[in-house]
Design a protein around this ligand. Structure first.
Ligand code: NI
Length: 390
């Protein structure tokens, strides 16, 4: 008998209770001590050995059945956001100024449900690593786990993760092959000129003017240096120079963000940013330096793993409920760094079009508990199929 969402129905009440408990106790990235403690305790209660403190507050549970050397990784994120919750329901946040506005409470509960089910049924032959990641919201939790030896200590042949998607009906999945979500870069440009009296520009080099020219010239990068069929954006979102009306500033700073769907395009934009900043500054007799960092790699699904994930989804809900060509997402996700190490797939599960359907990162958001059994069923079926007993 094959696992379906109905198979997980007996765990629906437990998953809902865990999810609402996490929702009521949100914690920011690398501060998920209560959440991680609860995750570890629930895994251990099912007899799953647990490693704590992987990438600071991360937790990995490892369930080995049989003798096959095959291994699969399943990942959920645990952190919340610095948003004051606007909801009034009973499980609303009890931590002032913090809330689970991205559904990571639900992702964690779904993976705990799958772990509980797999520990009971053991219908597979091989090793499953349940990866509970901290600090997804821009603080580098995935990289912290990788740098802590995640895939050396817990090797995986394939890797799967899931994010809820508002405005996709409960009971639906969306699975893309190849690029799925943009990589995100943050940059700072430091301009140095020569300060002067505001009435005597001939004695100085105006860093504010140079910064303004750089900001304008940066907009030529996507327009003139990136292929029209590629997708990228560069936004200057910060410009700071000067403190007084009568002083030409000696220094100026610009900052902003880059989004693109391949490492090559991200690298090309970084190179052009440096050329434009340094060259423009030089034209005015100033200097400029670029600081560029990539907190989010592009999220790129391995085609074979995406086909596998889509097949599992079709088995669970029917092919007509699986969107195989959803639009590219300009937002970013740090599961991308794990997908650069292990072939895998990140997919979306419907969070509903009405109740619970408001956008993520909104103060009225809530994860839709109706999606829990299906999300857990995906993880269970992925294990049973990838590590099928002979
Ligand atoms: Ni999220």
């Amino acid at each position: 008998m094959s696992t379906t969402a109905d198979t997980l129905a007996p765990l629906h009440a437990d998953m809902t209770a865990w999810r609402r408990d996490f929702h009521a106790h949100p914690e920011l990235g690398f501060q998920e001590t209560r959440t991680a403690g609860r995750v570890a305790a629930l895994l251990e209660a099912c007899g799953i050995p647990v490693t704590r403190g992987v990438g600071r507050t991360g937790v990995v549970g490892t369930l080995k059945v049989g003798s096959s050397p095959r291994r699969i990784g399943l990942r959920a994120d645990m952190d919340a956001l610095p948003i004051a919750e606007a909801n009034a329901f009973a499980h609303r946040s009890t931590h002032a100024g913090l809330m689970h506005a991205c559904g990571h409470d639900g992702h964690t509960a779904m993976l705990l449900g799958a772990a509980t089910q797999l520990a009971r049924t053991k219908h597979f032959d091989g090793t499953v690593h349940f990866i509970f990641q901290p600090a997804e919201e821009g603080q580098g939790g995935a990289k912290a786990m990788i740098d802590d030896g995640l895939f050396e200590r817990f090797p995986c042949d394939s890797l799967f993760g899931m994010h809820n998607r508002p405005r996709l009906a409960v009971g639906r999945f969306a699975v893309r092959s190849g690029p799925m979500m943009a990589g995100g870069g943050f940059f700072d440009i430091h301009v140095t000129g020569r300060g002067a009296h505001g009435a005597r520009p001939e004695t100085g080099i105006d860093a504010a003017l140079v910064a303004a020219q750089i900001a304008v010239s940066i907009q030529s990068i996507v327009a003139r240096n990136i292929a029209p069929l590629d997708n990228a954006v560069v936004s200057v979102t910060r410009i700071h120079a000067g403190d007084a009306y009568n002083v030409i500033p000696q220094t100026a700073e610009l900052g902003g963000t880059v989004r693109a769907f391949s490492r090559d395009t991200m690298q090309a934009i970084e190179n052009h940013l440096r050329r434009v900043a340094e060259g423009t500054a030089a034209a005015y007799g100033a200097t400029a330096t670029l600081d560029f960092r990539v907190p989010f790699a592009p999220t790129i699904n391995d085609p074979e793993q995406a086909e596998f994930a889509a097949a599992i989804c079709s088995e669970l809900v029917g092919a007509d409920q699986v969107d195989r060509n959803p639009p590219l997402i300009m937002a970013s996700e740090d599961f991308s760094f794990m997908l650069e190490k292990v072939p895998g797939c990140y997919l979306n599960i419907g969070n509903g079009i009405a109740e619970g359907g408001c956008e993520v990162h909104n103060p009225a958001y809530d994860f839709n508990d109706q999606a829990l059994p299906l999300g857990a069923a995906f993880f269970v079926r992925a294990v049973e199929a990838r590590l099928a007993a002979a």
